[in-house]
Design a protein around this ligand. Structure first.
Ligand code: F6P
Length: 548
């Protein structure tokens, strides 16, 4: 028995999970007229409704008891104080420090990191203004028109997701493009449309050693060098965001053009740092500041709200309830907003790279399921793709529905169409349709009894599928900042509840190391024999058939 499963609250929840089998959400709603009020939280700018989850007052109470039993509040304080809670990498976890106000000194290892953060923000704002105003000139004295952000994982997903989400607020000063994949087709397609004299590259890599990013950065450098031999061109067209000044210097980037990253910010939590530079270049520094302010609102809520009203705490408890106790294997993220189309991919990395693990703090194997597979797509499009599976598949997939009161861009009655689907889907997933309702509906259409009985089983929807609804006032910079920071805190709480070290990613390192060995093997045509027979076979097949 692990630390977690031995807890009294864990054991009570196991029992409650057994007892809730066969209970229908529809019943819980008809038994309690106050259910929505009881299980929803409204704060400035956002409503969080978790009443369509399979919980009762007793389950709710035991979930909160679990949060207490695992000392969630103490862990929250430890994180905030800068204790090295990322203990496998011996690092503090202080992405919250990136969005604190300037007048809040915070000492870490003898350094006022608040001051360091604000010095960097100032440097970013000056640079953003220079580029956006046209004062920053390229090698032949033309202003910059296009920014190409090169990075991968946490150095790409956050900025690209936010750029997409906030596109309706962009002016036409600059275009921004993202290149993340080592597949050359991506950078080829981006560069084919650009003019080297007016293009600025932002190379974002905390380590400045990530193979995909360095491969793309070298291709970008060669493209620039092929266009000009003007001395000092690189300094005018390349900036970096990194904590590795040695590597940025080796690459040839002027140290004045390097924006800092710190080891106490994890890649997947870094969009608030200079990793967010492409967002600021595209949308202006004021919008970036609003994004930070939204995240600071969420921090304030997370750090100062009692557990029962604390949105990220409840989000984490629901995830643990649905996954570790009720057996859900997946979690859908369904934004009803086209601009949020990258949110599922962003949250995939944030949650799965953080908590997709199977040992406890002490390194023992867990005896419970940790986090679900995160996937999703924007509504309404997903409705015409995989919702069939959500409604009638054999696996129950809890889903987060995310929408807004006001659309980012108002076009006719589109927003009503969109949001009516949002509400209808959560209702349908909860209620379902039973056999009697199907019979009655088909009877009204005039079908014979035989025809009806042939169809009934196919048209029954069991319902009882849990959903959580998050409605923002608007998907603007402040709202997005709040939403993302809530998910970040949810992930932290999940890690503590499940006794998972959320801030390392050793599972990603293994493949990286192997790929670099195989890359060296692909550089020659020699037959490879050193791997297992499948890997040898695949590598040799590739080498024998390639023509370039
Ligand atoms: O910023 P870097 O050092 O290039 O790393 C990129 C990404 O690679 C990972 O280590 C693994 O995907 C992420 O955690 C990180 O965000």
């Amino acid at each position: 028995m692990s630390n977690r499963t031995a807890l009294p609250s864990w054991q009570s929840l196991q029992l409650l999970a057994k007892n809730i089998q066969g209970v229908h959400l529809k019943q819980l709603f008809s038994d309690d007229a106050e259910r929505f009020e009881r299980y929803s939280i409204a704060i400035d700018g956002l409503l969080f409704d978790y009443s369509k989850n399979l919980i009762t007052p007793e389950i709710h109470e035991q979930l909160l008891a679990l949060a207490k039993d695992v000392n969630l509040i103490e862990w929250r304080e430890k994180m905030f104080r800068g204790e090295r809670i990322n203990f496998t990498e011996n690092r503090s976890v202080l992405h919250t420090a990136l969005r604190q106000r300037a007048d809040n000194p915070f000492m870490l290892d003898g350094e006022n990191i608040n001051q360091a953060v604000h010095t960097e923000l100032k440097k970013m704002s000056v640079f953003v203004e220079q580029v956006r105003s046209g004062a920053w000139l390229g090698y032949d004295n033309q202003a910059i028109t296009d920014v190409v952000s090169i990075g991968v994982g946490g150095s790409n997903l956050g900025p690209q997701m936010a750029t997409e989400a906030l596109k309706p607020y962009a002016d036409d000063r600059l275009n921004v493009h993202y290149v993340s994949n080592a597949d050359g087709v991506q950078i080829h397609q981006v560069l084919a449309r650009l003019n080297p004299a007016t293009t600025l590259f932002v190379v974002s890599s905390k380590t400045f050693t990530t193979s995909e990013t360095m491969t793309n950065a070298r291709t970008a450098l060669a493209w620039l060098n092929a266009a000009t031999d003007v001395e000092g061109a690189v300094a005018k067209h390349f900036v970096a965001v990194s904590s590795n000044l040695t590597k940025t210097a080796e690459f040839g980037i002027d140290s004045a053009n390097v924006f800092a990253m710190w080891d106490w910010v994890g890649g997947r939590f870094s969009l608030w740092s200079a990793i967010g530079l492409p967002i600021a270049l595209y949308l202006g520094f004021d919008t970036f500041t609003e994004l930070l302010a939204g995240a600071a609102d969420a921090d304030e809520h997370f750090f100062n709200t009692e557990l029962s009203q604390n949105i990220p705490v409840i989000m984490a408890l629901l995830s643990v309830w649905n996954t570790s106790f009720l057996g859900a294997k997946a979690q859908a993220i369904l934004p009803y907003d086209q601009t949020m189309h990258m949110l599922p991919a962003y949250l995939q990395q944030a949650e799965m790279e953080s908590n997709g693990k199977s040992v406890t703090f002490a390194g023992d194997s867990v005896d419970y399921t940790t986090v679900p597979l995160i996937w999703g797509m924007t509504g309404i499009n997903g409705q015409h793709a995989f919702y069939q599976y959500l409604h009638q598949g054999t696996t129950i997939v809890p889903a987060d529905f995310i929408g807004s009161i006001e659309p980012s861009v108002a076009v006719g009655h589109h927003h009503q169409v969109l949001m009516s689907n949002f509400f209808a889907q959560t209702q349908a997933l909860m209620n379902g349709v039973d056999a009697n309702e199907v019979r009655a509906a088909l009877g009204k259409k005039g079908l014979s009894d035989t025809e009806i009985e042939q169809l009934v089983a196919h048209k029954v929807h069991q319902g009882n599928r849990p959903t959580t609804s998050i409605i923002l006032d608007k998907i603007d910079a402040r709202g997005l900042g709040r939403l993302i920071a809530f998910y970040e805190h949810k992930i932290f709480c999940q890690g503590i509840l499940l006794e998972i070290c959320s801030f390392d990613q050793w599972g990603v390192e293994l493949g990286k190391g192997l790929a670099s060995n195989i890359e060296a093997e692909l550089a020659t045509n020699n037959i490879v024999l050193g791997h297992d027979s499948s890997t040898n076979g695949l590598v040799n097949y590739f080498k024998q058939k390639r023509t370039i």
